[in-house]
Design a protein around this ligand. Structure first.
Ligand SMILES: O=C(CO)COP(=O)(O)O
Length: 253
């Protein structure tokens, strides 16, 4: 059995004070870590304060991106070594917004994934198709290609610890979620890609999340699907009550 996982992706929202207030409000109410992995992926500026705020509670703190080099002349970038030193345990890699607006490629996603493992950071790799690709029936091929390229060179042990988030781009921030059936089918396809590139046991260990307009109203049917191990949540993770409802749904599902 794979433990469910809910990761909030705050994107570029909140001030430090709002972030700390959120952490203080939810931390004592977050379900036990034996039932669900609860993660907040916050802007880099807040990570240190959030880690201090949730210390000793069931909340993990993640970053939203990082560089693949440890240090050097990369103005404005975030070092994986510095994230590790802070105690950050997860990082989103290759979110579609970063692929679209900040020149992330399959190659940089692959390098960042390897760098995350070098620094004891669990990567949450994002994949997903555009509306045009979906309409052309290219979803599975596109997603399989993104996954294969992201995983190149990883060991089976690393793949077992991996988190892959299937986020159809047309469902992000639109209020138009994929149906649970469709999401389950694509997540199952991703698992098959892992199986054929690695092994059945790697495929059974890798966690596959759905993301795109997840909210307290649709989390139950998504979590009920066998291939969906959790959710990567944008808008609905910004409100403490709605974030807690998602965590409870995953913990009790
Ligand atoms: O991009 C997302 C999470 O990474 C999804 O965002 P929404 O939940 O706001 O659709």
């Amino acid at each position: 059995m794979r433990k469910p996982l809910i990761a909030g992706n705050w994107k570029m929202n909140k001030t430090i004070q709002e972030a700390v207030d959120f952490a203080n409000e939810v931390k004592g109410l977050v379900p036990d870590r034996s039932k669900v992995d609860s993660i907040i992926c916050a802007p880099a500026l807040f990570l240190d304060r959030l880690l201090a705020a949730v210390d000793g509670y069931n909340v993990h703190i993640g970053a939203q991106t990082m560089h693949y080099e440890e240090s050097g002349a990369f103005t404005g970038e975030i070092s994986p070594a510095a994230l590790e030193d802070l105690g950050v345990s997860y990082c989103i890699i290759g979110h579609s917004e970063r692929r679209d607006m900040f020149n992330e490629t399959d190659e940089s996603v692959n390098k960042k994934t390897a760098a995350a493992f070098r620094h004891n950071i669990k990567p949450i790799i994002c994949v997903g198709e555009t509306l045009e690709q979906r309409e052309r029936n290219e979803t599975k091929g596109h997603v399989a290609n993104q996954v294969s390229k992201a995983l190149q060179g990883l060991t089976e042990e690393q793949v077992k610890q991996l988190i892959i988030a299937y986020e159809p781009i047309w469902a992000i921030g639109t209020g138009k979620s994929s149906t649970a059936e469709d999401a389950n089918e694509v997540c199952g396809h991703i698992r098959q890609v892992v199986e054929s590139s690695y092994s059945g046991s790697a495929a059974q260990s890798v966690k596959i999340l759905y993301g795109g307009s997840v909210n307290p109203g649709n989390i139950d049917e998504l979590m009920a699907k066998p291939e969906i191990d959790g959710a990567l949540v944008g808008g609905a993770s910004l409100d403490p009550h709605s974030f807690l409802r998602l965590l409870e749904a995953a913990a009790n599902g």
